[in-house]
Design a binder for this molecule. Structure first.
Ligand code: SF4
Length: 361
């Protein structure tokens, strides 16, 4: 591995960026004196602010309003922004920084164009696994090996053993401002005395029914004494109104809508994070909090689960699973049994061993 600046490329999406953001920490462990750069869309800059192992950011302008947060903000306290703009601007920024290794974790046409434009730099490409995932969806009669958890592959790419310990980089990046925005949601909760439930997800087929979440949370509260906080991020589909109706009078404080960094501040003190297969699930390894993923139309074998040493999943076997690589707007069979029939009791049975490790910690 080179001792020059290493640029990690992952443009999107949020969950993938949260996982890819472990790589600078892996690199610093493998090559302590290496400089690490991260290339992503402007909208994700604020997520990476304060990353303890990042030496610079290069931001692809994607026209999102979140770009404005770092565009001319004197209060920006994140890693130095070395370049911002279109691909040629980022390539020029990488050349000016002397990046001699580009780790392409995205593997799409855009990242290939960036690699070519940088020129001369050594290229390390993460395996894409797209074909394996599509075979799992469309050719179920073929036995396809599961994709290993992504962070195992990323450790290997960085030159570490695949089971090397994870640095909870986001925990170290949380600011007093992030905690202040989470203060209302956090009030009256003891550290380690509550569970956060990530009840949203972009795709409908990835959403566990809200009534299941609430029933599971009540059972966890009874068995393990963990108070619940049901979390959505702004704009995340999850129907706040339906959640309020389910919780009923006197329990509205258990539903919280927080931006991702404030949610991270809240979850960093939780005993466990329970979530749909969404970006919120990937807060777990970034915070060092055990994560329990609920899988419906997607499967853990895609490589997006069990990233942390105590992580676990809830799922049921169905011949139609998985029915898509990403998720869908509706169940093609109309019954959504992958989530409807994954009852709170089944989920609790697989969550219990994790809760025991939390209690013992
Ligand atoms: S029940 Fe089957 S077909 Fe329907 S969303 Fe779930 S996995 Fe897909």
């Amino acid at each position: 591995m080179s001792r020059g600046p290493v640029a990690v490329v992952r443009f999107s999406s949020l969950g993938d960026v949260l996982l890819a953001a472990h790589v600078p920490s892996f690199l610093k462990r493998a090559i302590p004196d290496a400089a690490t750069l991260f290339v992503t869309k402007g909208r994700y800059a604020t997520v990476l602010a304060g990353h303890p192992d990042l030496d610079g950011l290069l931001l692809l302008d994607d026209g999102s309003s979140a770009d404005d947060a770092v565009r001319a903000d004197d209060a920006w306290t994140g890693p130095p922004i070395l370049a911002r703009g279109a691909l040629p601007d980022l390539a020029a920024g990488l050349r000016a920084a002397g990046a001699d290794t580009v780790m392409d974790l995205h593997g799409n046409l855009r990242s290939a164009a960036l690699r070519r434009a940088v020129g001369g730099a050594r290229v390390v490409r993460a395996p894409k696994h797209g074909l394996r995932r599509r075979l799992m969806v469309h050719a179920k009669w073929i036995h396809t090996r599961p994709v290993p958890p992504l962070l195992r592959s990323y450790r290997s790419l960085a030159g570490l053993p695949p089971d090397a310990s994870l640095r909870p980089w986001l925990r170290d990046a949380i600011t007093a401002e992030d905690r202040a925005r989470a203060a209302d949601a956090r009030s009256s909760l003891a550290p380690g005395g509550f569970a956060v439930y990530g009840v949203g997800a972009r795709w409908a087929t990835k959403r566990w029914p809200l009534r299941h979440f609430v029933a599971l949370a009540r059972a966890v509260e009874r068995e393990a004494g963990l108070a619940p906080r049901f979390a959505l991020t702004p704009g995340e589909p999850g129907t706040e109104a339906a959640l309020d109706a389910l919780l009923g009078a006197g329990f509205a404080h258990e539903a919280v809508t927080l931006d991702l960094r404030a949610l991270a501040a809240l979850a960093s003190d939780a005993a466990v994070l329970v979530s749909n297969d969404s970006a919120v699930l990937h807060l777990g390894p970034a915070l060092g909090v055990p994560a329990f993923g609920l899988f419906g139309s997607t499967v853990p074998a895609f490589g997006f689960a069990r990233q942390g040493p105590r992580d676990a999943v809830g799922e049921i076997p169905l011949p139609c699973r998985p029915c898509g690589v990403h998720g869908r707007d509706r169940c093609p069979l109309g019954h959504h049994a992958c989530m409807e029939s994954l009852t709170p009791e089944i989920a609790l049975d697989t969550l219990r061993p994790l809760l025991a490790t939390v209690a013992a910690a």
